[in-house]
Design a protein around this ligand. Structure first.
Ligand code: ATP
Length: 213
C-alpha cells in the first residue's frame, strides 16, 4: 500500500515553527509520504482569523519554502464558508482512492471532537493521529469520545500504513511552545518575534502591516 498522506488543518494566522516542526517530526516518525497543510476559510468554533485567506495562504507558501514532504492544500479556502473537516475528508478520499489518510490533531482538539460536524463518520475516511506532549497524561473527559477512542485506538503506528482509515494512534512528540496567538500579541505590542516563525513570513507580516492593531 502507498505511504500515508497526513493532513494538518488550522487557521495558520500566521504559520509558525511549531506547525512546521510538528509536520516534519511526524513525516519522519511515521514514514508519511507527505503532510498537507490545509488552512481553513471560516472556523466553526472560534473567532475569525485576523489575516485574510489569501494572506494566510501566502504566509504558508513562504513558510514551507519547498521543504520536501510539506504541501499546501487550498481546498477549504476555495470552498469558502465554514470549513468542516468531514467535507474535506470526503473529497480527499475520492482523490486518494484507498491510500491511507491521516487527520492530525492535538489532544485538546480530540477532547472536543463531538462538537465537529458528523464526527462519528470521520474514521470512515481517515485515521486520526493524536499528538500529545511527552509526559502529558492522555485522559479523555467525555464518555462518547472515550468510547470512540477505546474502540479504534492502536498501539501500533504501522497500522497507518496498512489500511486506508479507521484507527486512532496517539503519538507522544516534543512540541515547540509557540502559538499564533502569542505571535499576534507580541506584534500588537511591538515586540520582537524573531525565531518563532520563518524570517520570510516575518517580512511578509511587516510588509502587509499585519497584526499591528
Ligand atoms: P492560535 O494561537 O491562533 O489558536 P495556533 O498556533 O494554535 O493558533 P493553528 O493554526 O490553530 O495554530 O494550529 C493548526 C494545528 O497546529 C492545530 O492542530 C494545532 O494543535 C497545531 N499546533 C499549533 N501550534 C503548535 C505547536 N507549537 N506545536 C505543535 N502543534 C501545534
Amino acid at each position: 500500500m502507498a505511504k500515508p498522506v497526513g493532513i494538518l488543518g488550522g487557521t495558520f494566522d500566521p504559520v509558525h515553527h511549531g506547525h512546521l516542526r510538528l509536520a516534519l517530526e511526524l513525516i519522519q516518525l511515521l514514514d508519511l509520504a507527505e503532510i498537507r497543510l490545509i488552512p481553513l476559510h471560516t472556523p466553526a468554533h472560534r473567532h475569525m482569523p485576523v489575516a485574510s485567506p489569501e494572506q494566510r495562504l501566502a504566509m504558508l507558501q513562504l513558510g514551507i519554502d519547498n521543504e520536501t514532504g510539506l504541501l499546501i492544500d487550498d481546498r477549504e479556502i476555495i470552498r469558502q464558508g465554514i470549513s468542516y473537516s468531514i467535507d474535506t475528508l470526503t473529497t480527499l478520499r475520492d482523490e486518494l482512492d484507498s491510500r491511507p489518510l491521516c487527520l492530525i490533531m492535538g489532544m485538546d482538539a480530540f477532547q472536543k471532537l463531538n462538537d465537529w460536524r458528523e464526527w462519528t463518520l470521520l474514521l470512515d475516511y481517515a485515521h486520526i493521529i493524536i499528538v500529545n506532549r511527552p509526559a502529558n497524561e492522555a485522559h479523555i473527559e467525555q464518555q462518547e469520545i472515550a468510547q470512540l477512542y477505546s474502540a479504534h485506538c492502536s498501539q501500533d503506528p504501522y497500522i497507518l500504513q496498512r489500511s486506508p482509515a479507521g484507527s486512532i494512534v496517539n503519538i507522544n512528540i516534543p512540541m515547540l511552545d509557540i502559538s499564533a496567538t502569542r505571535i499576534r500579541q507580541l506584534i500588537s505590542t511591538d515586540q520582537n518575534i524573531h525565531y518563532l516563525l520563518p524570517d520570510s513570513v516575518i517580512s511578509y507580516i511587516q510588509k502587509q502591516n499585519l497584526y499591528c492593531n
